[in-house]
Design a binder for this molecule. Structure first.
Ligand code: PEP
Ligand code: MN
Length: 286
């Protein structure tokens, strides 16, 4: 006899069919592979414009970019904050891109809400249960990052908080966990991703950038994630990664993102997912 899971609304036992989340006219968790790309942090107008222009030129529909950044050190760049949100809006309007950006705490919810199509809950906040309860009352899609120390069960219980609040537009995001092995920034839990797909009807995407911390590993881990059943990927890309104000070493160069696209399309096709993109004639790495 199968054991009852501790979560209910998030469980496949409760809802058999995949949940499809709609954001900016895109369906996430359906037939199409979602791709979200952009810088770790919004840094300035020129940076975001170059990246957004390139990303949209490739046919990607969602731009990521942190305006409020959860940095380990208070001495590191904390994000452009409100100005960053305005730059995201400008890029969204100019290139018709959906926006994914993080809400770091409740005091920022009203500020960030109008600027984002998908609310990102960061790994560090996955266990902030009061925050989850409040975000569950919102009516926008939410991407819930897996806590870096969270089991799959804890991750799904965190999703349960959002669902219980009434928001059923929840996307899970595997972003690597901390293990004994520090060779990579985190350990991408591909099996955990596959397990989350099996245990839950919610869409699951993968963030190979935070998982590896290393741009050389983004292609392999992206392909592995799709093969494991991911509904999408969120990838950090920068026009000038060596000078990036956060997460430069894991940020792809623009041409690297383009070079990966045929492989993504191949593995997506093998997994019965549609994925369309087009080649960019010109690449300007700043
Ligand atoms: C990020 O997406 O840049 C980020 C800070 O993610 P995480 O919360 O997974 O560390
Ligand atoms: Mn980052």
């Amino acid at each position: 006899m199968t054991q009852e899971p501790k979560y209910k609304l998030a469980s496949r036992q409760w809802k058999k069919n995949n949940t499809v989340v709609t954001a900016k006219d895109c369906q996430i968790g359906g037939d199409e592979l979602l791709l979200i790309a952009g810088p770790c942090a919004v840094e300035n107008e020129q940076q975001l414009d170059q990246i957004a222009s390139f990303v949209s030129g490739l046919g990607i529909k969602f731009l990521r970019g942190g305006a409020y950044k959860p940095r380990t050190s208070p001495y590191n760049f904390q994000g452009l904050q409100k100005e960053g949100l305005e730059l995201l809006k400008q890029a969204s309007d100019r290139y018709n891109l959906g926006i994914v950006t993080e809400v770091m705490d409740l005091s920022l919810l009203d500020t960030v809400y109008p600027y984002t199509d998908i609310i990102q809950i960061g790994s560090r906040n996955m266990k902030n249960y009061h925050f989850l309860k409040e975000l569950g009352k919102t009516d926008k899609p939410i991407m819930l990052k897996r806590g870096m120390d969270a089991t799959v069960e804890e991750w799904l219980l965190a999703a349960e908080y959002l669902l219980l609040g009434g928001n059923d537009q929840v996307i899970l995001c595997e972003r690597g966990i901390r293990t004994f092995d520090t060779s990579n920034r985190n350990t991408l839990d591909v099996a955990g991703l596959a397990l989350a797909k099996e245990l839950s009807h919610l869409p699951v995407i993968s963030d190979p950038s935070q998982a590896t911390g290393n741009r050389n590993l983004i292609r392999a881990t992206s392909l592995a994630s799709i093969a494991a059943g991911a509904d999408g990927l969120m990838i950090e890309v920068h026009n000038n990664p060596t000078d990036a104000l956060s997460d430069g070493p894991q940020s792809l160069y623009l041409d690297q993102l383009q070079d990966m696209m045929p492989d993504l399309a191949r593995i997506a096709a093998a997994m019965n997912k549609t994925f369309s993109w087009q080649k960019q004639p010109e690449i300007i790495n700043a």
